[in-house]
Design a protein around this ligand. Structure first.
Ligand code: NAG
Length: 236
């Protein structure tokens, strides 16, 4: 009963909360998803992860991911509670760490839904990262370098990554993001675009590579209509 009440309460507090845009120019008028904005305008896009992988509202302040325009690449900023569980991975901050998904981590996936090529970027409050290139679920590159730094301040952490343009598969049109923390039966798998409860099969567990649940995403929404995704040697 108590749990049900809490879930309903949280859902009521976070109506239609998954994402919103913030224009980078102060003179510009606030623009909702899909609304027109000047072609050369860049803006940041903020997403809040308010559900678990199976569409149960999370019971803590949501993890926030903000994408901002950059020159070398897309800027990804994470703001989150610091759960400090599990402990830090045994790897150097600023370096790739294989298996980072078993630790406290925030992840964004960028997909071309036609080719099913996608980029996975994982970042950890302790400073480690893991970048993977995948095609229809098969890993083709793992552990690419990433400019990433994270700061832990008491019960919260924030981090900034610059994702080089050539990591993105050509024609990115979908995205999903995730956050994982906790250990054992307390491990929480949270998703920006979760699987609807009615579609979850008996015995199904979290799987972040179900590309059909990704939703529309355009780098031009961030970089401006006139911007074109630079060609990528990594993907050619
Ligand atoms: C974390 O946030 C603080 C305050 O906004 C900022 O000064 C700092 O640069 C951020 N750290 C990272 C690694 O992004």
């Amino acid at each position: 009963m108590n749990t049900l009440f809490a879930v309903a309460f949280i859902a009521a507090c976070f109506p239609d909360f998954a994402h919103h845009f913030v224009l980078s120019s102060e003179s510009a008028v606030f623009s909702d998803h899909g609304a027109k904005f000047p072609r050369s305008e860049t803006r940041q896009v903020e997403y809040k992860i308010v559900n678990t992988w199976n569409s149960i509202p999370v019971l803590h302040a949501p993890v926030t991911i903000t994408f901002k325009p950059g020159v070398q690449g897309l800027v990804m900023e994470v703001n989150s509670l610091f759960f400090d569980d599990p402990p830090a991975p045994p790897g150097e901050p600023g370096k790739p760490f294989d298996g980072l998904w078993d630790y406290e981590v925030v992840e964004s996936f960028f997909l071309n839904s036609a080719t099913r090529n996608y980029l996975e970027v994982e970042v950890c409050p302790h400073g480690q990262h893991l970048v993977l290139l995948l095609s229809a679920g098969d890993c083709i590159e793992k552990g690419l370098p990433l400019t990433f730094k994270a700061d832990i301040n008491g019960g919260i952490w924030n981090g900034t990554a610059i994702i080089p343009w050539d990591y993105f598969p050509p024609g990115v049109d979908k995205m999903n993001s995730y956050a994982i923390h906790g250990s054992g039966i307390g491990r929480m798998y949270e998703a920006l675009y979760p699987i609807p409860q009615e579609e979850i099969k008996e015995g199904q567990g979290p799987n972040f590579h179900l590309l059909e649940y990704f939703k529309d995403f355009s780098l031009k929404d961030i970089m401006g209509e006139d911007w074109n995704q630079p060609p990528s040697d990594l993907w050619s």
